[in-house]
Design a protein around this ligand. Structure first.
Ligand code: MD3
Ligand code: FE
Length: 201
């Protein structure tokens, strides 16, 4: 269903079995590309979310700024390949757009959140951002393309897919809170979010 113009929620896109397969696949990916702690540019203040990536490009945040790069910031190794299951997802929900180059993996412990922000480090805004939620539920907030515009919040569940295209692509959005203990998918309470992005034109 369309939550806002251009913002589509595919509630329960992945069943429990598919979610478990994604979880197991992510374990292999983070074994090769360990979660790292991103920090705010200039201040060096850590974000509460831990991150990794797969695909030819990965999003990183350090004292120097926000950017996409080809290698893991700690190991220096190229990011693991984008798994076919995620390319298939893109082909199903973002058919018109060129294939994604980055899959950002966000890991939220129960107290983690993500402040309102825009995703604008990509050179192409005509392609949507496609997101997959795994593990505990969260409250997701989305607004307009202006920082102080009105916002609405929605709950996201494990297995949900969100597609942010059209006029929602540059909307402010964030994660207010995690609801620990609402899913048994992960060993520990917490949430994983995957966001697939086309970075270059
Ligand atoms: C709406 N992640 O990684 S995903 C991010 O749940 C990010 O971890 C959140 O925001 C998370 O940048 C939200 C859903 C999402 C992603 C991008 C959007 C919603 C969006 C871009 C525009 C509007
Ligand atoms: Fe975002």
């Amino acid at each position: 269903m369309e939550l806002e113009p251009g913002l589509f929620l595919y509630s329960g896109y992945y069943d429990r079995c598919a979610q478990a397969d994604l979880r197991d696949m992510l374990r292999t990916i983070v074994d090769a590309a360990p979660l790292f702690q991103p920090v705010m540019p200039k201040t060096g203040k850590p974000l509460s979310v831990k991150m990794s990536n797969c695909g030819p490009l990965g999003w990183v945040a350090d004292k120097a700024g926000y950017r996409y790069q080809e290698t893991h910031p700690m190991t220096g190794a190229p990011w693991p390949d984008l798994p076919p299951v995620l390319l298939n997802l893109w082909d199903a929900v973002a058919k018109e757009a060129p294939r994604p180059q980055a899959c950002l993996i966000n890991y939220y412990q129960p107290s983690a959140k993500m402040g309102l922000h825009q995703d604008r480090d990509e050179a192409m805004f005509t392609a949507p951002v496609v997101s997959v939620s795994l593990g505990d539920d969260c409250r997701f907030r989305t607004g307009t393309t202006e920082r102080n515009g009105p916002t609405k919040s929605f709950k996201l569940h494990s297995g949900d897919v969100l597609v942010m295209g059209g006029e929602s692509r540059l909307a402010y959005h964030g994660v207010d809170r995690i609801y620990p203990g609402t899913s048994t998918l992960l060993k520990a309470p917490g949430r994983i979010n995957l966001t697939l992005r086309r970075v270059t034109a």
